[in-house]
Write a protein that binds this ligand. Structure first.
Ligand code: FRU
Length: 493
């Protein structure tokens, strides 16, 4: 057995030992990808290969904390039901001895190529004592991956105003006969930027240019860049570290944004027109996209945040993915919607129409901890209205989604959600014809709320008690629930 195989076998048996116990935990999510046990962060290698969706993720198989990174692997035919595959990558060579960091996947000659960053610590300080190089592992069967002997394929950072250490997260795509790769970087005096490379064969890479660079409050390091065309715009999706709060925006430790603009492939320059926050909740980082065989641009992200308290760590696991979401452009704005395939999990539908709510109100059958709900609310004369989710019987535990008509803002409050971090996130949102349209996905320890038909989304991990399954509507004066549809959702992961 080679070195890599040995490390993979060791990692897999560490997971096999604890996965049974972990699977009993009542915070385990039903239809979101989570690690079988121990630690997960960024989605990696999100792609379609041989007609199936593949998703890898940053994984530490030995403890529920971040550590030497491996790539775990799941696959799916419909983006809903996921099958666990053996761990794909483990640190084993000099160039990735301290971690196989984030990256992407691409098909070439029917083989599946993984691009990842080999991380090496060169001293005790994880911010300054590191060396990052870009590497390839190839699979013929989509299960076993071999690191190539030419690794690393990019060994040094290019010349110019480019920081020598923070150089990671390759995202590779093909246009015509040319392969492109975008990499996360920072300048020597720590301004976030992204780098563009080009190759004709995936092995030999030529640096094209600094694709884009931060201006003002746009962060000191751009992690996990992804670049693609959506209609007539180019989108640079990435995760800037160190953006400071501005009004209601940027209150998480790090951000994930879509920079909308135009790309000149020849010069390798991206001109930015606007920044759009991808998720206005608490837990959303390192999104990665793919384009599927239906031509849809689908994004998935780590539903967590660095340095945030994760109560499930005490239960030997940590981290989850969001549900897959579809990105599209509508009138120069990015629209984000859940994939329709999730409807295959629905059972026990319940519908209500034209219900007036003028005091705290629960509706028969509208409750649960693994559900989907679509609701349209007419604000009428109300100034403040909303819902309490995952509420306990005594009304002391709940997660609030509230709309403020005068301020034209939506607010998500997890101060009373149960265990774990609290906090409030707000975002500007206009009513449409006096109505608020919500599409909620609740899972055992998460909420994802899509608003106004994809205009905005907020995600949060929450850690309520098992019995906290109530949903209550509230309002300061009468509102109308114009239409409500709710389904329980089956387990799919
Ligand atoms: C983003 C990130 C990446 C890095 C990986 C390491 O969350 O910091 O930049 O490759 O996580 O796990």
């Amino acid at each position: 057995m080679g070195k890599h195989q040995k490390e993979l076998a060791k990692a897999q048996s560490a997971i096999n030992e604890v996965k049974q116990t972990v699977s009993q935990d009542d915070w385990r999510l039903c239809y979101h990808v989570t690690p079988e046990a121990n630690w997960m962060n960024d989605p990696n290698g999100f792609c379609m290969w041989n007609g199936e969706y593949h998703l890898f993720y940053q994984h530490h198989p030995y403890t529920p904390e971040w550590g030497p990174m491996h790539w775990a692997h799941v696959k799916s035919k419909d983006l809903v039901h996921w099958e666990r595959m053996p761990i794909a990558l483990a640190p084993s060579e000099w160039y990735d001895k301290d971690g196989c960091f984030s990256g992407s996947a691409i098909e070439k000659d029917e083989k599946l190529y993984l691009f990842y960053t080999g991380n090496q610590w060169t001293g005790p300080n994880q911010d300054t004592d590191l060396k990052q190089v870009q590497c390839i592992a190839i699979s013929e069967d989509g299960i076993h991956f071999e690191k190539i002997k030419e690794n690393p394929v990019i060994l040094e950072v290019p010349e110019g105003d480019i920081h020598p250490f923070h150089f990671r997260d390759p995202k590779v795509w093909k246009k015509g006969d040319v392969y492109y790769c975008v990499l996360g970087s920072q300048t020597k005096n720590r301004i976030g930027q992204a780098l563009l490379y080009r190759s004709s064969d995936l092995f030999d890479w030529e640096f094209v240019n600094v694709l884009a660079k931060g201006q003002g409050n746009q962060g000191y390091m751009w992690e996990c860049p992804d670049l693609f065309q959506l209609d007539d715009k180019a989108l640079l999706v990435m995760s800037p570290q160190g953006v400071h709060p501005e009004g209601d925006n940027y209150h998480n430790l790090h951000q994930s944004v879509a920079v909308i603009g135009h790309l000149n492939e020849e010069s390798g320059k991206f001109t930015s027109e606007q920044w759009q926050t991808l998720d206005h909740g608490f837990d959303y980082y390192a999104p990665q996209t793919l384009i599927d065989d239906q031509g849809r641009r689908i994004v998935i992200a780590w539903m967590a945040m660095w340095e945030s308290e994760m109560p499930e760590q005490k239960r030997e696991w940590a981290g989850a993915m969001t549900i897959p979401r579809i990105l599209s452009m509508e009138k120069e704005k990015l629209k984000i919607e859940p994939i329709p395939e999730l409807a295959s999990l629905r059972y026990d539908p319940i519908m209500y129409q034209e219900i007036t709510v003028d005091q705290d109100r629960q509706l028969d059958g509208i409750n649960g901890d693994c559900l989907e709900m679509k609701v349209t609310i007419a604000a009428k004369e109300a100034n403040k209205f909303g819902l309490n989710l995952r509420m306990n019987e005594s009304g002391t535990e709940y997660t609030t989604l509230a709309y403020d008509v005068a301020e034209e803002k939506i607010l998500l409050d997890r101060s009373h959600s149960g265990k774990g971090p609290g906090g409030i996130r707000k975002a500007p949102l206009a009513l449409q014809n006096g109505q608020l349209q919500l599409h909620l996905f609740i899972d055992r320890s998460s909420v994802e709320i899509f608003m106004q038909n994809g205009e905005m989304v907020m995600s949060a991990r929450i850690y309520p008690g098992q019995g906290s399954t109530g949903i209550e509507f509230f309002s300061d004066t009468a509102i109308e629930i114009v239409q409500l549809e709710k389904w329980s959702l089956k387990q799919s992961v």
